[in-house]
Design a binder for this molecule. Structure first.
Ligand SMILES: O=C(CO)[C@@H](O)[C@H](O)COP(=O)(O)O
Length: 231
């Protein structure tokens, strides 16, 4: 099963609730929520207050991607604000195992995020505490960047690793991709192993005026491309 997670980073912030309802009505599976701190990444976005504000608007899972350092003190705030999934960058955490535990203990699913040049070995020893692996296919901080093609090899390596883990334990870990996902590359990205697709500018760039019909059309096109791939 494939999941599409529009990234709010490219949404119209003046009409955020409406944007959330419209993309979910158009078939989005998750809402991707990018948290940037102007410290770990050179940009500043939204926090727990905004997460709390959109929570009543949808029952779709809110997928919080923390691009912040330090990580731990903000985790309980997002859990209280209604996040369902919380992911963070291992190099931004002092104690990766502890941060994953904090997320799980607060009732959310937990994941690690890998920048294009961050090695997958951060997964060693913590696989049992992970629900999602998120690979960045751009350097984090901004929407609208171009997909970095080398990410396809990294996806294949991550897929092999997660499949081997599932064969051994019976536990499925999601493999999410984020950055530069469009209708013309989503099928290739799925064939490389991703099952969950963050798309910011591809979705919201197509409907800056919060026109729900445009979201139907772009999410429909992304799904049509995915339908050509064996899940
Ligand atoms: O986390 C990030 C950027 O740091 C992403 O979620 C982007 O927001 C994806 O945007 P597009 O590349 O799809 O426009």
């Amino acid at each position: 099963m494939f999941r599409i997670a529009p990234s709010l980073l490219s949404a119209n912030f003046a009409r955020l609730g409406e944007e959330v309802s419209n993309v979910v009505a158009a078939g989005a599976d998750w809402i991707h929520f990018d948290v940037m701190d102007n410290h770990y990444v050179p940009n500043l976005t939204i926090g727990p207050l905004v997460c709390e504000a959109i929570r009543p608007v949808t029952t779709a899972p809110i997928d919080v991607h923390l691009m912040v350092r330090p990580v731990d003190r903000i985790i309980p705030d997002f859990a209280k604000a209604g996040a369902n999934i919380i992911t963070f960058h291992p190099e931004a955490s002092e104690h990766i195992d502890r941060s994953l535990g904090l997320i799980r203990d607060s009732g959310c699913q937990a994941g690690l995020v890998f920048n294009p040049a961050t090695p997958l070995h951060y997964l060693d020893h913590v696989m049992d505490k992970i629900d999602v692996v998120l690979l960045m296919s751009v350097n984090p901080g901004f929407g609208g960047q171009k997909f970095i093609p080398e990410t396809l090899n990294k996806l294949r390596a991550a897929r092999a690793r997660l499949d081997a883990y599932e064969a051994e334990t019976g536990r499925h870990i999601l493999l999410e991709i984020d950055g530069g996902v469009k209708t013309d590359n989503i099928a290739e990205i799925a064939r490389a192993g991703a099952d969950t697709f963050v798309a910011g500018s591809a979705v919201f760039g197509a409907g800056k005026d919060a026109d729900a019909h445009r979201y139907d059309s772009i999410i429909g096109s992304l799904r049509a491309e995915l339908a050509t791939v064996q899940a």
